[in-house]
Design a protein around this ligand. Sequence first.
Ligand SMILES: CSCCC(=O)C(=O)COP(=O)(O)O
Ligand code: MG
Length: 231
Amino acid sequence: MKPLVLTDIEGTTSSISFVKDVLFPYARRELPRFVRDHGDEPEVRRWLDAVAAEQGGICKDEVIVEVLQGWIDEDRKHTALKALQGMMWKSGYREADFTAHIYADAADALRRWHRDGHRLAVYSSGSVAAQKLFFGNSDAGDLLPLFKAFFDTEIGGKREPGSYARIAEALSSDPAGILFLSDVVAELDAARAAGMRTVLVDRRADYPEPRTGDACNGHRRVESFEALSPA
Ligand SMILES: CSCCC(=O)C(=O)COP(=O)(O)O
Ligand SMILES: [Mg+2]
């Protein structure tokens, strides 16, 4: 069977600045209204309560909103924040406030690999719902049908080998048959420890200083998807 490609999003298929300068500010702005209008819905309350519990127990929604806005400012990859962000971005895509950025080389390669019979999957800190919105509303059109599976941090943290072992199991694949693409060396280290093949995606638009030598920690490095063949 051909290798399965598992890809990260931010800094890998898509620009860090789109996430930081468009998606995060949108969620930050929408949070107070979103919590006021939807805070009683069980799927929203579940995550707000999880945030409150981390703050030591019951606290007012206004306080939870401030905590979450602080986490957005710090770029915390917290599962509760990511789930709530995904729900808020839905209206942004629906109202056509933005489409999701994807590098042209990434969109072309994903389409080519899919056509060539590679299975494709996503592993991102963004929630599965946010990932589906992202690829369903990308600058390059609806890329959702290309993907077989989506994983977020509900399966475990991106720097933990166990998460990659669980992903391989969920995909019924030997880890050695999976190629993981990411812009973060610590994530690649964890995937390699679980037995996956790895490639560091080191884009100049996201990382002005090339990461070479020891900085790659032995991972193969590319500057775009163009030079990459998963075979
Ligand atoms: C697809 S959701 C938007 C991206 C996001 O919130 C995020 O945290 C992305 O992190 P990644 O693991 O894809 O680097
Ligand atoms: Mg990334």
